[in-house]
Design a protein around this ligand. Structure first.
Ligand code: ASP
Length: 415
């Protein structure tokens, strides 16, 4: 099976998933065809995600260790670090500013009243977490016994441990060459497994999309249509205009070339709503299709999958303003600055799993005194919006790897 045909199959799977989902939705949940269809889709979709998660932790671990260790000279390591963090922070900041601007201009939730959502809110119990608590929890989760972190799939803690081990390999130099070779070979093997799993991608994606379309509650979707449209529109603006423009200005790569190389990862992100589950595919796209060097991709992409979430940051900002409108509170400029900061922090702290942004949004709402229970209003539309924001999150990681690669090349040629 060659690359082109896999891509075509994934596109076909996407279309078929949506069409079948619509058909099942029309037949209704009671129909036996729908039930059998949904059951099969659940099996296949879960299998696909399980397989991706099976390779996730070994992949993150080895790719970061190898990525860092290969950035041999300290100077190069500093450059990659700096470039990556600057890129992540600035693109997330742009995303939040976009979100705040459109929400201020278009005022989602203006015509709705919170009383309409009383039922939804009553059944909702939010875990109370203030900003200091969130920060302490976040910091605590960074450092963990590596075996526990690997076993519990705590991606962030695995990333941190792998970073440290990679740095130790650089500092230790020749003496630990064998360990580095072992890691490199292990990484190769895991990537081979990823290649096999990708053959299932067209079916997995079809199954996941089918379930999403068939089980979506459309009545609430229409009530919240303005909010949904604003979030999607702004995400599109960021994903289709801002990120490709940054990419073009810095690297000269055209959007078309980028999308052709990135589409497997973007569609998988859309279907799984999880940057972490998509990571094996993202890494494959970066290296094989977009030709990012393994050292750079192996560092930027896994870190980005847990930290760099433009889509989530944007969503949290729009959602906070939406809820403020619903409860009739006007947020001052200073309060909006607080939303700006906490939305970024909440996005960085959100793990790359479905609906994670929803959970960390508690922090944003609490920071400006908005009722946390109001999150319940967003729950029915969260799944749909999660697909788009995860796609933008993953796109940001891929653009980041290309930009950082360009930056270090430029620095090298300046010397
Ligand atoms: N699902 C998103 C991701 O994995 C996180 C979120 O809920 O916003 O990137």
């Amino acid at each position: 099976m060659n690359k082109v045909s896999l891509n075509t199959q994934i596109l076909l799977g996407t279309l078929l998933g949506v069409v079948l989902g619509l058909w099942f939705a029309q037949l209704g949940q009671a129909s036996s065809i729908t039930q059998t269809g949904l059951y099969t889709a659940k099996l296949v979709g879960t299998l696909f995600i399980d397989l991706l998660q099976m390779v996730l932790i070994p992949l993150v671990f080895t790719s970061i260790v190898v990525g860092v260790a290969n950035l041999r000279s300290h100077q190069q390591m500093n450059r990659v670090w700096r470039g990556t963090l600057i890129f992540f922070a600035s693109t997330m900041a742009i995303a939040v500013v976009l979100g705040l601007t459109t929400a201020n201009l278009l005022q989602p939730g203006g015509g709705l009243q919170i009383a309409m959502f009383q039922d939804a809110m009553q059944g909702f119990q939010a875990t109370q977490m203030s900003l200091p608590d969130f920060f302490a929890h976040f910091l605590h989760s960074l450092f963990q016994n590596p075996i526990a972190a690997l076993a519990q799939s705590n991606v962030l803690a695995v990333v941190i441990f792998a970073l440290l081990l990679g740095i130790a390999l650089v500092v230790g130099g020749e003496r630990y060459r064998n360990i580095l070779i072992l890691m490199q070979e292990f990484l190769e093997l895991i990537l081979m497994l990823v290649g096999w799993i990708m053959r299932l991608a067209p079916f997995g994606i079809m199954a996941l999309l089918l379930q999403l379309v068939a089980t979506q509650d459309t009545s609430l979707l229409t009530t919240l249509i303005k909010f949904v449209a604003i979030v999607m529109g702004t995400l599109l603006l960021h994903g289709v205009v801002v990120l490709p423009l940054i990419l073009y200005l810095i690297t000269g790569m055209t959007p078309l070339k980028f999308w052709l190389g990135a589409r497997e990862a973007l569609i998988t992100a859309f279907a799984t709503s999880s940057s972490a589950a998509t990571l094996p595919v993202t890494l494959r796209c970066a290296e094989q299709h977009l030709h990012v060097k393994r050292d750079v991709a192996g560092f930027v992409i896994p870190l980005g999958a847990t930290m760099n979430m433009d889509g989530t940051a944007l969503y949290e900002a729009v959602a906070a303003l939406f809820i403020a409108n619903l409860v009739g509170i006007e947020l001052s400029f200073v309060q909006q600055m607080v939303v700006f900061l906490t939305a970024m922090l909440a996005a960085i702290g959100a793990p790359g799993i479905p609906s994670a942004g929803m959970v960390t949004m508690v922090v944003v709402l609490q920071s400006v005194g908005l009722p946390v229970e109001a999150i319940a209003i967003l729950l029915p539309v969260d799944r749909v919006l999660d697909t788009f924001r995860t796609m933008v999150n993953v796109e940001g990681d891929l653009v980041g790897s290309l930009v950082v690669q360009k930056w270090i090349k430029q620095d090298q040629s300046d010397e």
